[in-house]
Design a protein around this ligand. Structure first.
Ligand code: B3K
Ligand code: ZN
Length: 842
């Protein structure tokens, strides 16, 4: 397979003045007629006429009405074309029913739908399928199905025919079509200039009662983007469609967002608080793409973070505004450390803007998305809120309607703020998590912080230059008062010192608000964390202090030492502080994940033992459960929110604190409270939390069965039933549990949600997946091989579970490597999965 390089970019030699598509829908033979009006691109050098196309049966092709015989190649076709403008017409036949890749046009439960990003449109018709070719599309759909949707505004509708016209030029990856027997949950939105927009959430009959939350989230997003970024919606309609078989969360197609049903459907009985929050965030994310992604798109796929990093940053701001910034920041930092740091520290490390790829779908990663968002957060911190707003206004004004680059993006910041960002740009090109070393010095009246940085080598990048790291710092005096409020120190060299004149030696609070995606390396005095837990005014660092204490407790158990008896009392004081929100207090009770512990040990040059890590985490939970035994019942009681279910931030926060307490309580009351909560649960949040608390102590058999029997008819709830068992199974039973679940009649492995709920959840069960026998590796490898034959993109994504294999002991390494090699040598392996395996074997 061919490797594509950023440096090889050349513009397409033509532009397209208009696209007319006709779909005659049929499950086994859909005919797609396309009419493309080409004109030489004045900004490009002439080149051969090449249209992408894969798995298409060409019926006929014409240029200016005359039949032509293009040369069909593996990935498309070439043809001799006139020198000036011309019209290309083609008719192709495709087979939606046979499409198990869920890319291009496919069928899901009798409903036609599309997924074109990144390169799926070439499975629909011959086309220059690249994001820098933008055109105005008109789509005619012929089908007897009652609901026929595409991008843009609706045109004529008659018996069996619907026409849609999208006035905004767009790349083909934003094309969408849906046809099916669907019902709409409708509403309206009046934009800031008074235009009326018809909104609809389309679902299969039976699901119409689960759309209200997605609709509320959509309206909130539309309002927020007007108020925060001055961005107004630009079509007469906005449609969201829920699809059961979908490779990821959702897709921002212009005016017709297509969603995994798990990211749309919610009712109090079937969805948890976490589901509600995820729906709100994904609806917002896809909606925000309308400006950051659609109106301004990417020149090529190397620029993916231009739209994804920015849109993640925007959806995080939105969630922070709605639900509390501190808690959102804590959740994001924890997820970044567990997922992106893991990626950045292993064989899959790549820059936010990669320089080459074989299969672009393999680069929809936490680095491109979440680290990309962190990079924008740093930029905003460096130029200030006003500078950021000026830069964004300039970005929208200057690049509207264009396919832009990271250079364009940084240029607007330079022009709007006058700041030189040439060094900052390294965040886009250098992979790896920087390590920030902090040392302190005190001489009478003068406090000095010595900051230094190293960026570790990553695949293809043995040496690195120093980055610009904004380090937000506050200083407290020993009685807990803040003597230096949050100040951003800009580390630009390998090492730099920052001095403060102060009468007494302060206690530093470093990397406040997680101001940069770096690993902080510091030999802090033992008592500092407890002090900051008690006194820090920065919500993030106060939480971080609690994490530091928890890490120390875990480390103590791993080393066979006793847990510091002062730990629980330090937590107790914060947990009892009613001036702090319950949501925040819930984060204080959380411990680092087992993955984070494994990562930390590996980072310290040790070999993590997954089983020992599991046990240490268990012992730490047991310790807390006993040490806080008097406090936990009260916290749990506070989580019983009276009245009808509501996903508002306060109710969610109370339940999260209550349920965090419950997870510990089941360790001392043999599940009594959890059992009672399960029996009386009126909503899915309380039900799932109770079931989890029981499974954690191996005590939920009867409840598991009851849950199964009650919900066997609801796919999304059954996904939870599968996932809970696979992720919470005890180490010695995990492989057998996952295997048993794959034999359950409801394990439909071709459905990505279901596959993920068993094998994804199992791969996240650290000690289970890394079972010393290698049976966990074998189970996943078997399933990846099977999945690859049907859905390579998804198989490649799920294979990332193997990426940490070199962290572990020699026996585990040999077993994991054998499975990776077995996958690698399988005949007919997809380019998606083979690229991933090759990188992991590195
Ligand atoms: N842009 C899509 C992701 C497409 C993934 C293709 N493998 C969803 C999103 O980020 O909003
Ligand atoms: Zn996105």
């Amino acid at each position: 397979p061919r490797t594509i390089h950023l440096k090889d970019y050349t513009p397409f030699p033509w532009t397209i003045d208009g696209v007319d598509l006709t779909f005659a829908l049929a499950p086994r033979g859909t005919r797609v007629t396309s009419r493309l009006r080409f004109r030489p691109n004045p900004e490009a050098r002439p080149g051969p006429f090449f249209l992408h196309g894969e798995d298409l049966r060409l019926i006929e092709a014409r240029i200016d009405g005359q039949p032509v015989s293009p040369r069909i190649a593996l990935e498309g076709l070439t043809c001799d074309v006139p020198d000036g403008p011309f019209t290309w017409e083609s008719v192709v036949e495709i087979d939606p029913e046979a499409n198990t890749r869920l890319e291009g046009l496919y069928l899901s439960n009798g409903m036609y739908c599309t997924q074109c990003e990144a390169e799926g449109f070439r499975r629909i018709t011959f086309y220059p399928d690249r994001p820098d070719v933008m055109a105005v599309f008109t789509t005619r759909i012929e089908s007897d199905l009652p609901v026929l949707l595409s991008n843009g505004n609706p045109g004529e509708r008659s018996e069996g025919v619907a026409i849609w016209h999208d006035p905004w030029p767009k790349p083909a990856y934003l094309f969408a079509l849906v046809a099916g027997d669907l019902l709409a949950h409708r509403d309206r939105f009046t934009t800031m200039t008074g235009r009326e927009v018809d909104l609809a959430v389309w679902v299969r009959p039976g699901d119409e009662g689960k759309c209200a939350w997605a609709m509320e989230s959509l309206k909130a997003s539309m309002r927020w983007d007007e108020e925060t970024y001055g961005r107004e919606y630009d079509l007469d309609v906005f449609n969201i469609v829920a699809v059961d078989d979908f490779n990821m969360g959702a897709m921002e197609n212009k005016g017709l967002n297509i969603f995994n049903s798990s990211a749309v459907l919610a009712s109090p009985e079937t969805a948890t608080d976490a589901n509600y929050e995820r729906i709100e965030a994904i609806v917002a994310h896809e909606y925000f793409h309308n400006w950051t992604g659609n109106r301004i798109t990417c020149r090529d796929w190397f620029q993916l973070s231009l739209k994804e990093g920015l849109t993640v940053f925007r959806d995080a701001q939105f969630t922070g505004d709605l639900r509390g910034r501190g808690v959102k920041r804590i959740h994001d930092a924890a997820a970044l450390r567990a997922g992106q740091f893991r990626e950045d520290g292993g064989p899959l490390a790549h820059p936010v803007r990669p320089e080459s790829f074989v299969e672009i779908n393999n680069f929809y990663t936490m680095t491109v998305y979440e680290k990309g968002a962190e990079v924008i957060g740093m930029l905003k911190r460096l130029v200030g809120d006003e500078g950021y707003r000026r830069a964004l206004d300039l970005y929208f004004a200057r690049h509207d309607g264009q396919a832009a680059t990271v250079e364009d993006w940084l240029q607007v910041f330079e022009d709007a703020t006058g700041r030189d960002l040439s060094q900052f740009k390294l965040w886009y090109s250098q992979a790896g998590t920087p390590r920030l070393r902090v040392e302190e010095r005190w001489e009478e009246g003068r406090y000095t912080l010595d900051l230094s940085q190293t960026v570790p080598p990553t695949p293809g990048q043995p040496t690195k230059a120093p980055m610009v790291i904004p380090v937000a710092v506050g200083l407290l005096n020993p009685n807990g008062d803040e003597v230096v409020p949050t100040t951003v120190l800009e580390l630009t060299g390998e090492r730099q010192s920052f001095a403060f004149d102060l009468p007494t030696r302060p206690i530093p609070s470093i990397l406040r608000d997680f101001s940069a995606p770096v690993l902080l390396d510091r030999d802090a005095p033992e008592e500092e964390a407890a002090f900051l837990l008690a006194h820090d005014t920065d919500e993030f660092n106060r939480w971080e202090a609690a994490q530091t204490l928890a890490r120390r407790a875990i480390r103590a158990r791993l080393d066979g030492r006793n847990i510091d008896p002062a730990w629980a009392p330090a937590l107790r004081a914060v947990l009892r502080d009613d001036t702090l929100s319950p949501a925040y207090r819930a984060t204080i009770l959380a411990r680092p994940s087992q993955e984070e512990t494994a990562q930390a040990l590996h980072g310290a040059g040790l070999t993590p033992d997954p089983l020992a890590i599991f046990r240490a985490h268990e012992e730490v939970a047991e310790h807390l459960a006993h040490a806080l035994a008097d406090l936990l019942p009260g916290l749990h009681d506070q989580g019983q929110v009276p009245g009808p279910y509501s996903p508002d931030p306060d109710s969610v926060g109370r339940r999260s604190l209550g349920n965090a307490a419950l997870m510990l309580l089941s360790r001392t009351d043999v599940g009594a409270r959890a059992r009672a909560q399960f029996a009386g649960a009126a909503d899915m949040t309380q039900s799932v939390a109770a079931l989890s608390a029981l499974l954690l102590v191996d005590a939920g058999e009867a409840e598991l069965q009851a849950f199964h029997d009650r919900w066997s008819g609801d796919r999304l709830v059954m996904d939870k039933w599968f996932a809970l068992q696979a992720s919470l199974a005890r180490p010695e039973e995990a492989v057998a549990t996952a295997e048993r679940l794959t034999r359950h009649p409801a394990f439909v492995w071709t459905n990505p949600n279901r596959f993920r709920s068993v094998l994804g959840a199992f791969a996240g069960n650290l000690a289970g997946f890394h079972d010393p026998s290698g049976a966990g590796y074998r189970l996943l490898a078997d399933w990846l091989l099977r999945l690859d034959g049907a859905n390579p993109q998804f198989a490649a994504r799920m294979s990332g579970a193997f990426s940490t294999w070199r962290r572990y002991d020699a026996d585990r390494q040999a077993l994991a490597e054998a499975e990776l090699r077995r996958i690698q040598s399988a005949p007919g392996l997809s380019r998606d999965l083979s690229e991933m395996v090759a990188r992991m074997l590195g």
